[in-house]
Design a protein around this ligand. Structure first.
Ligand code: SAM
Length: 277
C-alpha cells in the first residue's frame, strides 16, 4: 500500500490544510522531481516534509543517505511502514525552520528535494540559501506563483527574487496539474530548481550589507527608492538621492525595477560611504 489517500485513511489521518498537506500520489510526478535533482549514488538529500514517504522512497533508491524533517508526528506510523525497506533514511520530527541543520547534515555536500508546505515556501528558500553550509542544489515543488517570483525579471522583482538570484540560478523545470495531489490544492504548482552558486554573480563587499540595502529598498511598498532607501538605511533624503545617482539609478524608480547589478552598485556606494563618511 503506497497510495497516500489509502494510507491516510487506513491510519485515520485527516490532512491538515494549515500544514500545507497536499500529498503527491502520481508516480510519474515523483520520478520527475527526483530526475530534476540529477542525483548521484553518493549524494546526501535533505527532504522537507516527507509526509507519507512517497517521494522519500524514490529518493532513497537513488542516493546514499536521505535526511527527512517532518513536523506532523501523526505521519510516523505511516512512514514506519512505507520506509521500512530503506535503511538509509533518517526521519526527524521537528520544524524545518527550527531544526539544527548543520548538526543533522555535517559538512558533507547535500541536495534539497522537497514538495514543500506552501505556507512557508519563501521562508524555507531564504533559510536554506543563507545557511553558511548551503545545499548544492534545491529542487522544490511549490506554488506556481512563488516559482515565477524566483525567476522574475526587473519590473517584477521582489525580495525573494533578489535573494534567489543572488545565491542561485533558478529555473522552472515543470508544472504540475492539481490532480497529481491528494487533496487537490487550490493553486497550480511547479517544480523549481535552484543551482546554488559558489559565489554571487555580482560584486558586493558581503551578503549582509547587500541585503541591508535591498531590504531597505523593498521596505516601503511602492515607494520611490529615494524615500525607501533613506528610511530603511536611516540616512538623510539628500544622501539617499546622492547614493542612487552615483550608482546611475533614477531616485524616482521603485525597488521592483532594479536589476541585481544595480543593487550591487548601490551596495558598493553605500558600503564606501559608511566606511569613510
Ligand atoms: N512529501 C510529501 C509528498 O510529496 O506527498 C508531502 C508534501 S506536503 C506538500 C508538505 C509536508 O510538509 C507535509 O507532510 C507537512 O506535514 C510537512 N510540514 C509542514 N510544515 C512543516 C514544517 N514547518 N517543518 C517540516 N515539515 C513540515
Amino acid at each position: 500500500m503506497t497510495n497516500p489517500k489509502a494510507l491516510l485513511d487506513h491510519f485515520g489521518v485527516i490532512p491538515k490544510k494549515s500544514l500545507g498537506q497536499n500529498f503527491l500520489h502520481d508516480p510519474q510526478a515523483l520520478e520527475k522531481i527526483a530526475d530534476a535533482a540529477e542525483l548521484m549514488p553518493e549524494d546526501t538529500v535533505l527532504e522537507i516534509g516527507p509526509g507519507t514517504g512517497a517521494l522519500t522512497a524514490v529518493l532513497a533508491q537513488r542516493v546514499r543517505r536521505v535526511v527527512a524533517v517532518e513536523l506532523d508526528r501523526r505521519l510516523e506510523p505511516i512512514m514506519r511502514l512505507t520506509l521500512a525497506p530503506y535503511g538509509n533514511v533518517e526521519v526527524i520530527f521537528d520544524d524545518i525552520l527550527n531544526v539544527n541543520l548543520p548538526e543533522l547534515l555535517g559538512d558533507q555536500p547535500y541536495v534539497v528535494v522537497a514538495n514543500v508546505p506552501y505556507y512557508i515556501t519563501s521562508a524555507i528558500i531564504r533559510l536554506l540559501l543563507e545557511l553558511p553550509h548551503a545545499p548544492r542544489r534545491l529542487v522544490l515543488t511549490m506554488q506556481l506563483e512563488v516559482a515565477e517570483r524566483l525567476i522574475a525579471k526587473p519590473g517584477d522583482m521582489t525580495l525573494l527574487s533578489v535573494s534567489a538570484q543572488f545565491y542561485a540560478k533558478p529555473k522552472i523545470v515543470t508544472r504540475f496539474n492539481k490532480a497529481v495531489f491528494y487533496p487537490r490544492p487550490d493553486v497550480d504548482s511547479a517544480v523549481a530548481r535552484l543551482e546554488v552558486y559558489d559565489r554571487p554573480p555580482v560584486d558586493v563587499p558581503n551578503a549582509d550589507v547587500f541585503f541591508r540595502v535591498v531590504k531597505a529598498g523593498f521596505g516601503q511598498k511602492r515607494k520611490q527608492l529615494k524615500n525607501s532607501i533613506a528610511e530603511g538605511l536611516h540616512i538623510e533624503a539628500e544622501a539617499a538621492v546622492a547614493l542612487l545617482e552615483a550608482a546611475s539609478i533614477d531616485p524616482k524608480r521603485r525597488a521592483e525595477t532594479l536589476s541585481l547589478p544595480e543593487w550591487a552598485a548601490l551596495t558598493r556606494g553605500y558600503h564606501a560611504s559608511v566606511q569613510s563618511p
